[in-house]
Design a protein around this ligand. Sequence first.
Ligand SMILES: Nc1ncnc2c1ncn2[C@@H]1O[C@H](COP(=O)(O)OP(=O)(O)OP(=O)(O)O)[C@@H](O)[C@H]1O
Ligand SMILES: [Mg+2]
Length: 244
Amino acid sequence: MEFDDVLEEKGTCWHDLADVTAAGIAKVLLYGPSGTGKTFAALHFGVNGTPAERLVCTEDLTSGEITGTWMPVGENRWEWREGPAIRAWRGAGGVGSRLVIDEVDRASGDALSTLLAMTDSPESARWRNPETAEWVRPGSQFSVVMTSNVEDLNEIAPSLRDRFAVCIRVDRPHPSALRTLSDDLRGPALAGSLGPIGRRVSLRSFYAFDQLRRHCGAQRAAHLIFGADVASSVLDALTISSLA
Ligand SMILES: Nc1ncnc2c1ncn2[C@@H]1O[C@H](COP(=O)(O)OP(=O)(O)OP(=O)(O)O)[C@@H](O)[C@H]1O
Ligand SMILES: [Mg+2]
């Protein structure tokens, strides 16, 4: 099979995501190995040119970082600044936009409860601005993509997972991500991302290798980036692809 055929192969996770997005499914969970482009896809695919809002979950994430907080705006004056989830509910002109929630498996406590409220079904979801008392509901174009590195979906809070009927395991870089690499690196980068756990090589390493080898040559760049064990297989793959 030619390299381009591999990229366009039907039945990959990216075809699944394209189909799900085209069907108007507004809540999707992308999970799986690091550096395959989950966050990039969540931020850029299916957003119709409207910038997405992004939240990165940590154990310390607070409710305020999701829906908003009071901010001082002068002497004895405070204003409510809406957070990314409410901004995404409103989106451009009130129609709603994309909310990206990265590393969702790390959300807990109050933040998790707030995420449950923000990702509730459109019929139930509503939030009251504490300053203006306005009731806000998600716009019709509001969508959420959550990402996680977990391999076992049971590591994500069941109530949150339940709101996301479609969960796609992203196991390879998107074709457009591979195309941003130099020609000779595309095949090895695809093969590297499909490797067994422990020997899998992320897209980020190939981007760094592509840049570094221009300065210090492929041998040294491979050792610096991939380490001694993996460097030789990457260099072998490059030799093979240059002979093809
Ligand atoms: N389709 C794409 N086009 C161009 N660059 C891309 C594309 N997909 C991913 N990238 C780039 O590849 C790198 C890894 O992508 P990203 O951060 O989305 O991976 P991830 O799967 O979210 O990783 P992690 O699980 O570690 O968060 C980033 O530098 C990103 O900009
Ligand atoms: Mg990510």
